[in-house]
Design a protein around this ligand. Structure first.
Ligand code: NAD
Length: 344
């Protein structure tokens, strides 16, 4: 099968492409604008494969996207391209509206024209899978039931509002034009090749460099964590087996408080034979509680029964093992992240 992936040079997109090519032998066309978080180094494992090709294109550029559809005739599209940082969305929301809302609209229109022109089995099997987040549902209290496919949208940040907007567009294009769309809402991802500003890589990299390890507020916020390889696996399962027009929650069944993750990383580092920064007794001495993020959601949690029952997918990587492997990956792959933190 021929997959068109948008945002494939990002954290999740690159994991998905590595999985599609190395494990499933599918053909992949990767479309990415290469913003600050897009990094072709994450695709070194597959860049020489004859199954892989890359186009540096903005998803808002309708003409260029149209050209790719005509030339490559994909069987499936998975849309991951997005501005993805809550903090950056608070500082400057404009790019988030542009890429996440207008860009998704633009993709939907090009997909609609393309789908109108194909026929037979190719049309029958075509899917547009839009990758979204649990953040569109807002915040849970400690006693609330986790989010599921019927949860109401209640976004708090410009990022989550722009992702909510894109989800609504996708659903409307499915209902109005009959486009074979699917939506997934995933919880927080972790794993190798994640941009160093995100919580887990930031903690690891700051700690080994002897820099302060910032924790928002009192650190008691709760997120459900899923390994990025589990997410990649789930996306392919939904694309292949999900029911058209449906939404699926993708979660790790693994709710953790931020502060507990930070402490767990410090403990993992204590156990590893890695030269400690000079004068530092314990990595946990670097923990620095900083002013909380504006409108910071307290808790996200997801129920994953629908994807389990309908698609046959469930998370398989345990958080304690995945976290240890992730710490080790950052310690062994400075070549990948060093350039990205040069500006600190
Ligand atoms: P990321 O920031 O690492 O990657 C985003 C990619 O999109 C980058 O390669 C970037 O260059 C590209 N991009 C940005 N604007 C573009 C544009 N206009 N045209 C083409 N390419 C563009 O993000 P990620 O963490 O890999 O997230 C991927 C998707 O998954 C996003 O849609 C995000 O909302 C969603 N998601 C992420 C998480 C998470 O924990 N990281 C959780 C749930 C959902």
């Amino acid at each position: 099968m021929k997959f068109l992936i948008t945002g494939g040079a990002g954290f999740i997109g690159s994991a998905l492409i590595r999985y599609l090519i190395k494990d499933k032998s599918h053909e992949v066309i990767n479309i990415d604008k290469l913003t600050y978080s897009g990094n072709l180094d994450s695709l070194r494992d597959v860049e020489k494969s004859e199954l892989y090709s890359f186009r540096k294109i903005d998803i808002c550029d309708s003409e260029a996207i149209r050209g790719v559809f005509l030339e490559c005739t994909p069987d499936l599209v998975i849309n991951l391209a997005a501005e993805s940082s809550v903090d950056r969305s608070i500082d400057d929301p404009s790019k988030f509206i542009e890429t996440n809302v207008v860009g998704t609209y633009s993709m939907l229109e090009q997909v609609r024209h393309y789908w109108d022109e194909i026929d037979g089995e190719k049309r029958e099997k075509f899917r547009f899978l839009h990758v979204s987040t649990d953040e569109v549902f807002g915040s849970l209290g400690m006693q609330d039931e986790p989010f599921n496919e019927s949860s109401s949208y209640n976004p708090s940040s410009p990022y989550s509002a722009s992702k909510a907007g894109s989800d609504h567009l996708v659903r409307a294009w499915g209902k109005t034009y009959g486009l074979p769309v699917l939506i997934t809402n995933s919880s927080n991802n972790y794993g190798p090749y994640q941009f160093p500003e995100k919580l887990i890589p930031l903690i690891i990299i700051n700690a080994i460099r002897g820099k302060k390890v910032p924790v928002y507020g009192d650190g008691t916020q709760v997120r459900d964590w899923i390994h990025v390889n589990d997410h990649a696996n789930a996306l392919v399962a939904v694309a292949e087996k999900g029911r058209v027009g449906e939404t699926y929650m993708i979660g790790g069944n693994n709710e953790e408080r931020n502060i507990d993750i930070v402490r767990a990383i410090c403990e993992i580092l204590e156990d590893i034979q890695f030269p400690k920064p000079k004068g530092l007794k314990y990595y946990s001495d670097l923990i620095d509680f900083v002013e909380d993020r504006k409108a910071h959601d307290f808790r996200y949690g997801l129920e994953v029964n629908k994807i389990k029952n309908e698609v046959g997918w469930k998370p398989s990587i345990s958080f304690s093992i995945g976290l240890k492997e992730t710490v080790n990956w950052y310690l062994s792959n400075e070549w990948w992240w060093e350039r990205l933190i040069k500006s600190d």
